[in-house]
Design a protein around this ligand. Sequence first.
Ligand SMILES: Cc1ncc(COP(=O)(O)O)c(C=O)c1O
Length: 464
Amino acid sequence: VTIDWASSVDLLVDLGTGTGRRAALERALRAAIRDGRLRPDDRLPSTRALAHDLGLARGTVAEAYAQLAAEGYLRTRPGAPTRVAAWARSPGARAHPRPREAASTTAGRRPRPPERPRPPRHDLRVGLPDVGAFPRGAWLGALRRALASAPDAALNARDVGGRPELRTALAAYLGRTRGVLADPERIVICSGFTQGLALLCRTLGGTLAMEDPCLAELREVARDAGVRVARLEVDESGARPELPAGATAALLTPAHQFPLGGTLAPERRAAFVAWARASGGVVIEDDYDGEFRYDRQPAGALQGLDPEHVVYGGTASKTLAPGLRLGWLVLPDRLLGPVLDAKHVTGGTQTLDQLALAELLRSGAYDRQVRRMRQRYRRRRDLLLELLAGRRTHGIAAGQQLVVEVDSEARTLQRAAERDLALEPLGRFWHAPEGRPQGLVLGYAAPPEHDYRATLAALADVLS
Ligand SMILES: Cc1ncc(COP(=O)(O)O)c(C=O)c1O
């Protein structure tokens, strides 16, 4: 549909034909803003007008606007038209010439420098640890030591499965802290768990059963890598071991279900492993935040039950920083070769950072960082729960996120945008959000430490 945008541009909005029209509209608007077809301060049509043009329910358009406002792309104010936020344009965006009449009104003015996306004032989105606590000094020291002793060969990109120094250090660490049965030879280092999942999907093909809800981005990665995605129902005891017919693999978050926060019950762990043995299927264990349990020892990795049928996946994204792009897979023997072949095509992972991480693990600095952050996140979670007293929340004392139910995600996001607080709606994570409980997934690790109380105050305002 081509819409004559009231301001000055025609905008092509392609919603496709499938379900998920709200998500498609959000994607189309984000793309238009990013590549400059919609520009800072451009006025968007009213929700009523756009809903009419696109044949959507007005509520769907309102929810899409609220989501983009929460992400910082749009600016909404009660009683005023919705506009593209002044900063909402990526630095690399293509310049898009304005139509002649519009350009003439700005003649004589100095051209404005390109606008950079401005981060929100407060941020409680998921997937973001407190990167202000990254151990810069320890990392620098580790990198210096690693580089001083690394063989020249470490600077080649031959070790497509990862540097032996890191695989050896990880095997010891994962065995000691997570009960993973890890032979260094069975470990493949990848660019985050995300790349590991893509490699597995390309290797396994078929149908991947994914928890509902789950991390939306991983669903997209799996589809993009060519597998069909099926649903696994989730409750407070984790995923139900009711595998859809034809499933060839199941992706689970056993230690701390993402995002609802349950832990996989022991009989369910056994049932998933029994399914994999009987069917020849594979369980993929996403242990994204297994180090962070606050009330007791975390449950050991599921992989320890049956390393020939469970792939273990881990990451440095929660313990150190997502920007490192370092993750790892511990693979059954039969999958090692095929996954390495897939990795070969994709390319290796930067070796110097691998060496630094190996050094951090060997020296004990990694353990110290995890212990320090465990205390910090536990305190943050306690403060957040105090604020949410009386509301319905979900999740064990673990990780970096918790879910609170709300009456309306759209209204809550709208209020949050007015307070310049970025929030994550639970709706994004369901395979299909219709008829599901509405909520927020609060990522309490994201704010810098000095701003945490102010962020909670903003949240209190939004929820009041
Ligand atoms: C559920 C889940 N799995 C995995 C990851 C880690 O992804 P990566 O290692 O690619 O950063 C995340 C990070 O946000 C996550 O939330």
